[in-house]
Design a protein around this ligand. Sequence first.
Ligand SMILES: Nc1ncnc2c1ncn2[C@@H]1O[C@H](COP(=O)(O)OP(=O)(O)OP(=O)(O)O)[C@@H](O)[C@H]1O
Ligand SMILES: [Mg+2]
Length: 299
Amino acid sequence: MYAIETDSLKKSFHGITAVENLSLHVPEGSVYGFIGENGSGKSTTEKLICGLLVPQAGEIRLYGKSHEDPDVRSGIGALIENPACFPNSTVYQNLMLQALNIGVKNPHEEIARVLRLVSMAGAAGRKFKECSLGMKQRIGVAQALLGRPKLLILDEPINGLDADGMRIVRETLTEQAKQEGVTVLISSHILGELAKIATHYGIIRNGALIREMPASSMSDECRDFVLVNTSDNAKAIFMLRTKYKEVEDSDSGIRVYDEEESSNVTGFLYQHGIAVKEIVFNKVGLEEYYLKVMSKIGA
Ligand SMILES: Nc1ncnc2c1ncn2[C@@H]1O[C@H](COP(=O)(O)OP(=O)(O)OP(=O)(O)O)[C@@H](O)[C@H]1O
Ligand SMILES: [Mg+2]
C-alpha cells in the first residue's frame, strides 16, 4: 500500500500554477526523496498533503484513506519550511505546546525522547530565538517526531546543518524508517546527503512530476563506468574494444562500461604497452543522475 498517493493534484496561486496534474506514489516504509529546483512546487505539494492548503483539483490518499480523515491526519508529523515555534518561548515550552495540541500521552517523557533523537537535549531550556539555524532545524525535526507519527513530511530538514547535525538527522530518519516502519517524505537540495537515505525518488519540475522510481533503478538509466586517460587514447580505445563491449570516447577520457575494477583496465592496457595517466571508477551519483534527467527534459 502507498503511504501517500496523490492523483492529478493541482494548485495555483492567483492564476499561476504551482502544482499541475501531480500523481505521487510514496510506498509505505520508504524514504522518498522529493527533488526539484527552486519554485518547482515541493513545499506546495507537501502543504497540500498535510492539509495546510486545499487543492483546486485532484485527490490525496494516505494509507488508502482520504487525507482529511482525522485518524490519518493525526499520524502525520511535519516540518515544512520553518519550524512553527514562538521565538520568546523555550524549546521545551514550544514542544510542550505542540505535544498538548496533538494529545501526546506523557508529554514530558516524549519531549525528552525526541530531543534525544536529534541530540538537542541540552537546548531544552533555551529560548527558540536564541537557537542557531541548525539547532532550529533539529528542533523542527524533533517537533515532527512528537507522538511517534507513522508518516513524516520534512521539507529541507537538513538545510543549514553541520556535518554532525546531518549525520544525526540521517541516522534518526533511517532508524525511524527501518525500525519503526515510518514513511518519510523528504525534500532537499543537498543531493549527496539525500542519496544516503532515500529508497525512492520523485523529481518535480514546474509543478509536474517528471520522474518517480526506486533508488535501485537509478543505475539502469545512468550506468557506472571506469574513466581512464592514457599516453595514447586512440590506441587504448582500439585495444579496449577488443575486450569490452562498450567503450566510449568522451571529453573527460575513455569510458569503459561493465567493469567495476579499475585495476583490470590498468592491467589490460599495461599488457598492451599503454601507460595509464589517470583512472577512476565513476559511480553514478544522485546529483549526476538529476542533472542528466533535467538536461534531457530541456531548460
Ligand atoms: N502563498 C503563495 N502565493 C503565491 N505563490 C506561491 C505561494 N506559495 C508558493 N507559490 C509559488 O508556487 C510555486 C512553487 O513554490 P514552492 O514553494 O512549492 O516551490 P519549492 O519547490 O518548495 O521551492 P524551493 O526549493 O525554493 O523551496 C512558485 O512559483 C512560488 O512562487
Ligand atoms: Mg520549498
